[in-house]
Design a binder for this molecule. Sequence first.
Ligand code: FES
Length: 105
Amino acid sequence: INFTVEDHDGNRQSIEAPDDMGLSLMEVLKASEYPVLATCGGMALCATCHVEILEGKSELGVATDTELDQLEALPEYFPTSRLACQIRISDILEGSVVKLRGEDN
Ligand code: FES
């Protein structure tokens, strides 16, 4: 599948990712060398993988309760905020635009 990533500087890049390997969006972003700390390793505990879904299927903007607890603890989050580690790569992501919101390191 293909989707677009917008980095902290507003640069957009198209990313291709396999949807049959059970990868999370966080894992794909890290593999693509984006600055995602993912301190908790994908346990929905650190919120450093915060992203905003700028364009995409509406389901993508719906965070689970576990995610919401983390997102609400952030200084800034948006109705379309998600934790990238809680999004599985699947065709639901096709054509979406994901903006990095985690800390820039
Ligand atoms: Fe820690 Fe997603 S990697 S919350």
